[in-house]
Ligand binder design. Sequence first.
Ligand SMILES: *Cc1c(COP(=O)(O)O)cnc(C)c1O
Length: 357
Amino acid sequence: MKKHNFSAGPSILAGEVIENTAKAVSDLNGIGLSVMEISHRGKDFQAIMDETVALFKELLDIPDGYQVLFLGGGASMQFCMLPYNLLNKKAAYLETGVWAKKAIKEAQFFGEVDVIASSKDKNFSYIPSNYNIPKDADYFHITTNNTIYGTEIKEDIDSPVPLIADMSSDVFSRPVDVSKYGMIYGGAQKNLGPAGVTFVIIREDLLGKAERPIPTMLNYQTHVDSGSMFNTPPCLPIYTCMETLRWLKKLGGVKKMQELNEAKARLLYDEIDRNELFVGTAAKEDRSLMNICFVMNEQYKELEQEFLTYASSLGMVGLKGHRSVGGFRASTYNALPVESVKALVEAMQEFEKKFKK
Ligand SMILES: *Cc1c(COP(=O)(O)O)cnc(C)c1O
C-alpha cells in the first residue's frame, strides 16, 4: 500500500509523475531508448528541455526578459553562485532560518553582508516584518519558505533593489509575481521533482554585472548562452520536473494549487489549534502552507515518540520534526493528497481520545 508521505525532502511526487518517469526510463516515447541513455544534444532531449522551460514560463507567468536555467549543485550551490555573480559591494539578507544562514555565510566570502532582520531570537518561529532594505545594496535575499520551522513569506515583497528568493520548498505552490524578483532559485526535490536539478529564474539585466572574474561553470551567463547545456545537464531529473509541470497544468495551474494547499493546511492547523494534546510552533500569521510544524503540549511531552509510532502504524511517514525544532513536521507539498491530511487529523483525534487527561 502507498504510504502517506509527509517527508520534507526529497518528498512526495504525484503517482502519475512517477509512473510516466518509469515508462520513460524503460522507453522514451516508444523510441526504443531510455531517457537516461540518449544524448542531451539530440532532438529527443532538446524537446524535453524546451517543454520544461516553456511550462515554467507558462505556469509561473514569467514575463519577457527572464531566463530559466537548470543547473546542478542544489540550492546550496546558489548560495555562493549568487554572490559570486551579483555581489560587488554589499548585499542585504533576511535571516529566517538555517537555509538563510547558510546563504549569508557564503555571501560573506564575496563582500559586505547586511543582515537587516532576523528571527533567531525566537528560534526562527516567525518572519521579521520591521526592516529597511538599504537602497545601496546590490540585492536583497529572502527565503520564502523556511522548510525547517514552518514559516512562509506568502506575499511578493516590494524591494528597491533586486529581490532574490530561495523558493526551494514553495515554488509552484501559489501564483508569484515574478516581475518583482531579480532572481528565484531552488532545488527541485521539495515541490517539483527528484534531487539533482536546481532551477534558476534570472532577470537578464542582472547578467554581466560582476566586477570580478568568475569561473566558467559558476557564471550564469555561461548557462544562459548555452541553454543550460554548457555541460551535461541532469537529464532524468529534468524529465521528471517536466512530468510534474504537465500534471500541475492539467490540475489547473498554480492558482488551483494554492486553493488545494490552503484547504489542506487549514484542515491540519485547525486540528492543531483545537486538539489539547498538540500545539503549533510557528507564529500564526506566518504559518507555512508547505511545512506544518507542531509539538506535543507541555503536559503530554512524553507521548511524542508514541504518536510517531502510532502514525507510522497507520502508514504515515516523514512526520518527525527537524532536530532543531523537535516534535512533528507534516510537509504538505503540492503532490500530497488531501486524504493524507485527513488521515493525519483522524490519527490526532484518536490519539486525543486515548490520552487526554
Ligand atoms: C532543502 C532546502 C535547501 C537546500 O537545498 P539543496 O538542493 O539540498 O542544496 C535550501 N533552501 C531551502 C529553503 C530548502 O528547503
